[in-house]
Design a protein around this ligand. Structure first.
Ligand SMILES: [Zn+2]
Length: 339
């Protein structure tokens, strides 16, 4: 064997890259590397932060209904909606009743419910309902938001208003919108359980074979939509699927939120900047190869604390983030149908 030829380089560069990554993972200078990568990522994110957002955001959803749902789901009687508890089961029934009222077609294994095994919880279940599209031959688009939260710890209730009564309330109102405005793809609305326990509910959709990845074109996930940290809304997933960038930019034109596409790069590109690729239910879809976008706000001081209460929701901003999610769903429904 002689020196490395061009062909060798071509053939072995993935191996070289792997070795480089392994060296970077273990070498003593890693902290410095991470520090620099974090800085570069921070500058990149700062540079892509868009302007103040559009002056007008469409008004298709009822913020009054969403706030009523938000207050109800995050009420102290729900006691933080821990899976299988009285509060968790009441929240589940609330969603079931709404799906029925809106005329969604039951899509669980037992009516709207899709029960799954959860070690330590007797009764964990996702709530699933569909709205049939005008072209039902197309694969489905799945809209997800988790309805569980942390429950009670010691004598303190973790209300889980932003996380994720907000996404659940948005999902219910978006389901109402599409029950009156037929989409092209069939939409599967999935209020999932046990996200806080390692995406257990979302992963169970595939692990149990209840959903087949081949039947699904896309996932839009909503988790934490109601807190305004400088009007920032993150759109996660475009690193994995760059073709989504243009769609997010189109949505930005009619969104009062400042949408930032970030939090999806691996550590070796982004340093210590959190990678949220697997940090909410979209992760379960990503794992089985389904493209996704995740909308959520920046981590705030009340995140996973007893202070995440519904009186702290930023009502105007919540309206905007829910409308932005709807704009994206409408756009992806249209764009994938044209493909
Ligand atoms: Zn969450």
């Amino acid at each position: 064997m002689g020196l490395m030829t061009k062909q060798h380089v071509k053939r072995f560069w993935p191996l070289g890259l792997l070795i480089l990554i392994l060296i970077l993972a273990w070498w003593p200078g890693k902290p410095i590397y991470l520090h620099v990568a974090t800085q570069i990522e921070a500058e990149r994110i700062a540079a892509i932060t868009p302007d103040q957002g559009a002056a007008q955001t469409p008004e298709r959803l009822s913020i009054d209904r969403m706030m009523t749902d938000l207050h109800w789901l995050a009420h102290e009687d729900r006691a933080g909606r821990f899976p299988g508890t009285e509060g968790g089961l009441a929240a589940r029934q609330y969603i079931v009743d709404r799906f029925a009222e809106l005329g969604l077609i039951p899509a669980g294994s037992d009516g709207y419910l899709h029960a799954f095994d959860h070690p330590g919880v007797e009764d964990a279940a996702n709530v699933l309902g569909t709205i049939i599209g005008s072209n039902p031959e197309l694969p489905k688009i799945v809209i997800t938001a988790h309805y569980d939260h942390l429950g009670v710890r010691g004598d303190r209730i973790f209300y889980g208003s932003d996380d994720n009564a907000s996404g659940t309330a948005a999902l219910l109102e978006i389901a109402r919108y599409f029950s009156e405005n037929q989409p092209t793809h069939t939409l599967l609305f999935a209020a999932v359980d046990s996200e806080e326990h390692g995406l257990l509910g979302a992963r169970a959709l595939f692990r149990t074979g209840h959903l087949n990845p081949d039947d699904i074109a896309f996932n839009v996930n909503m988790d934490m939509l109601s807190r305004d940290t400088d009007a920032l809304l993150f759109a996660v997933g475009t690193y994995h699927h760059p073709w989504l960038r243009g769609l997010v930019q189109r949505v930005q034109r009619e969104s009062g939120a400042r949408i930032v596409m970030a939090h999806d790069r691996p550590w070796w590109r982004a340093g210590r900047t959190d990678d949220w690729t697997l940090s909410s239910d979209h992760g379960a879809f990503h794992e089985v190869g389904i493209p996704f976008i995740y909308f959520g706000v920046a981590d705030h001081p009340d995140y996973h604390s007893p202070r995440d209460t519904s009186d702290r929701a930023d009502v105007d901003f919540f309206r905007i983030t829910a409308e932005t999610s709807l704009s994206f769903i409408k756009l992806i429904d249209q764009v994938l149908a044209e493909k």
